[in-house]
Design a protein around this ligand. Sequence first.
Ligand SMILES: *Cc1c(COP(=O)(O)O)cnc(C)c1O
Length: 440
Amino acid sequence: MRYTATRQSCNSVSLGEAVLHSSPGGGLFVPDKLPVIPAPFFMNFSGMTLPEIAYVLADRLFGDDVDSASLKKVVDDAFDFPAPLVRLSDNIYAIELFHGPTLTFKDFGVRFMARLLSHLHSGRAMNRSKRLSKLHVLVATNGNTGSAVANGFAGVGNVEVYILFPRGKAGRQLEAQFTTLGGNIHALEVQGTIDDCHSLVAQAYADPALNAVAALTSANSINIARLLPQTFYYFYAMAQLRQRLGDKIKVTAAVPAGNLGNVCAAVAARSMGLDLQRIIACENANDFLCQWLRTGRDDTPRAIPTLACAADKGRPSNLDRLVHLCGGTPDDVRRKVEGVSYDDSHIINAVNGCYEETGYTIDPHGALAWQALRDNLRAGETGLLMATAHPARSLTAMNAITGRAMDLPLQLTRFMNGSDLRKPLLPSYNALREFILNNL
Ligand SMILES: *Cc1c(COP(=O)(O)O)cnc(C)c1O
């Protein structure tokens, strides 16, 4: 498969170029043409496991660039946790995407991307100088991305990861998720702001002397290698639904939406042949997509803080990609995706209402999707709720919403008990450069 960039007409590039380099001119890489999965696959996929399904799809997507044995290993290593389907009501089922190391669906994309990057880089490094044998991943973060990226890359061979975070912004629990890993994960506490962190990373990319001796990449949230594996769990969810309910079901997916990566994955899965009838993007009070669908207004609003904070954003960074995947125009998006938004008062009612009706504790992001299905599901449709995070990820918000104290699950207490390996870093480029040079 080849990749082109949105926003800029350029020649198509290989997978290696699309994932190891940033896209030109502020555009985003998108697949030239997504593969269509042949119909016979869907006749017996309902008994297949997540890694089995993921391998078939990964082979279609990446098989030109990665040999089968390596791809199988990438898939098996990346998806070594369950994604169970839970019945909430007669017509609403949730797929729990939060059983990976950081208890959010982001583990799917990041873990796959980490292993794919490591594989692609080692192939390239063999053809180049030995000094470039390691890949150096730089991330500037306030917390959430740092947690997902650090855990996705922890222990992955030939990769060193530098998490640059401003002092005192993320809170102890979140910081522990990237400061206690050690090994190839370097947590650098910058004595400055998030802007200082971004600026240091930008200076590293722009330094020809450093780039001559170290292969640098960003592996950021808009990397296409992070987005495409998110299609896998839509297929797996459908497989589980068909196994329980038969082949005749009409499925409407409700997707908590922030930067629209997960919504893009749903659209891509449908383009690849998955029979999703409707896709509902579920925003919190940051309702950029809903407004854009209604009016076409395209500015960059300030993000406002909500209870579903992982979806707080201004202009979604994947918007251009969504337009491209839907066909190229805003009207194409309107035909393929619906949008709803709920403010905090609705989130509170949805969390409590879901619990009262079903006994199921849903997190504030999943609550957006629950409410969307309650309000929009039509007769004869089955609702598929993408449960994007474990409720304990939003511990403080959940305790306030429900009035019950929730325990921290083992995955998160493990981080809190680990030793803190953060290193202080002055907000000076020389300090970062030295640090990287010491890890060649
Ligand atoms: C990141 C995140 C979202 C938003 O996902 P996008 O792909 O950015 O739209 C929703 N829910 C949770 C729990 C998240 O962590």
